[in-house]
Design a protein around this ligand. Structure first.
Ligand SMILES: NC(=O)c1ccc[n+]([C@@H]2O[C@H](COP(=O)([O-])OP(=O)(O)OC[C@H]3O[C@@H](n4cnc5c(N)ncnc54)[C@H](O)[C@@H]3O)[C@@H](O)[C@H]2O)c1
Length: 330
């Protein structure tokens, strides 16, 4: 017997990431090849945005995806999140010329208050949330605070693109296929302070820091390449990463709904429980293992002094971002 469709909301659905993401959800790459989906697509209430969304929906129709049950196109948050099982919060304002990160945080924050409330009031009882729109950790924090009745652990933000970027860089440096790289781990904020972990990430089952003995590269070029990859893509393409960001989100959600074996993990930004000295409540990237019931933060990993200092710095940034949006946290 075929499964009942699940409802998946995508915000900013007519944007670049939306365009790359929706066909992948509709083709079963996120929730599995036997899981039908109803896509509930939110865009801004502007003629241009809604017309673009209509066009995206026409293309999805034209793919005749067997798993795409139906679509809802709307500019009303209350309609978009009605009965949704997953809310993928992609849409937000891009950083304008000369805009500081704090200005962006303040500009985008209110969007996530409204969306968090709508998820709270209209989402399904099992609703889960993944935030991509930047600054995604802090936006997820805002949405989590606004959704008073939804358990905190349902809120995640995405560092999976960073994880995938780190995997690719390590594989290239070691001269191995990316499938040889496992347990790739990003700590902290999805920002230029994020911490790609070369101690706990493995190449051919060994610590990446043992396989690649070039310390200077691991602590220098590897770090900066992963941290600044987004800016490098904008410089090269004239547009920010979209296909790889959509790919990151497909992996992020797929791996949260398909549990990992004991001892394995993925990089996921989740509310801290105080693990690894990250103050409880901050939404930070951790080693996360999806389980049949939800997920757990994998315990007991060791960091060297370099990584520890970097983790403290990225957590400091998360704390400062939280202070900037304190008035939005209710
Ligand atoms: N976490 C990550 O790894 C990662 C990676 C890449 C991009 N991003 C972020 O993802 C976001 C989207 O990127 P993009 O390239 O698709 O941008 P985009 O500008 O192409 O698309 C964003 C879309 O969101 C819509 N939108 C804006 N505010 C909205 C709102 N309040 N409700 C509904 N829709 C709204 C816009 O109309 C637009 O169509 C950006 O914030 C970007 O910084 C995150």
């Amino acid at each position: 017997m075929s499964k009942a469709p699940i409802r998946v909301a995508v915000t900013g659905a007519a944007g670049q990431i939306g365009y790359a993401l929706l066909p992948r959800i509709a083709s079963g790459q996120m929730f599995g090849p036997d899981q039908p989906v109803i896509l509930q697509l939110l865009e801004l209430p502007m003629e241009k945005a809604m017309a673009a969304l209509e066009g995206v929906a026409m293309e999805l129709d034209d793919c005749a995806f067997p798993l795409l049950h139906s679509m809802v196109l709307t500019s009303d948050v209350n309609v978009a999140f009605k009965d949704v099982n997953w809310a993928l919060l992609v849409g937000s304002k891009p950083r304008g010329p000369g805009m500081e990160r704090n200005d962006l945080i303040k500009e985008n924050g209110p969007i996530f208050v409204g969306q968090g409330k709508a998820i709270n009031d209209h989402g399904a009882a099992d609703v889960r949330v993944a935030v991509v729109g930047n600054p995604c950790n802090t936006n997820a924090l805002i949405a989590m605070h606004a959704a008073k009745d939804v358990p905190d652990e349902r809120f995640t933000a995405m560092t999976r693109l960073d994880q995938n970027r780190a995997t690719a860089q390590l594989a290239a440096k070691a001269g191995v296929a990316s499938t040889e790289v496992s347990h790739t781990l990003i700590w902290g904020n999805h920002s230029a302070t994020q911490v790609p972990d070369y101690v706990n990430t493995r190449i051919g089952g060994k610590s990446a820091g043992e396989v690649i003995t070039d310390r200077e590269w691991l602590q220098g070029e590897f770090f900066t390449t992963v941290q600044q990859r987004g800016a490098a893509i904008i410089k090269a393409r004239g547009l920010s990463s979209a296909a790889s960001a959509a790919g990151g989100l497909v992996d992020h959600v797929h791996d949260l709904v398909h549990p990992q074996a004991e001892g394995d993990w993925r990089s996921v930004c989740v509310p801290s429980d105080g693990s690894y000295g990250v103050p409880a409540g901050l939404i930070s990237s951790f080693p996360v293992r999806a389980t049949a019931k939800g997920y757990e933060i994998v315990q007991g990993l060791e960091l060297d002094d370099f990584l520890r200092a970097r983790l403290d710095a990225t957590v400091g940034e998360l704390q400062r971002e939280k202070e900037v949006v304190a008035d939005l946290l209710g």
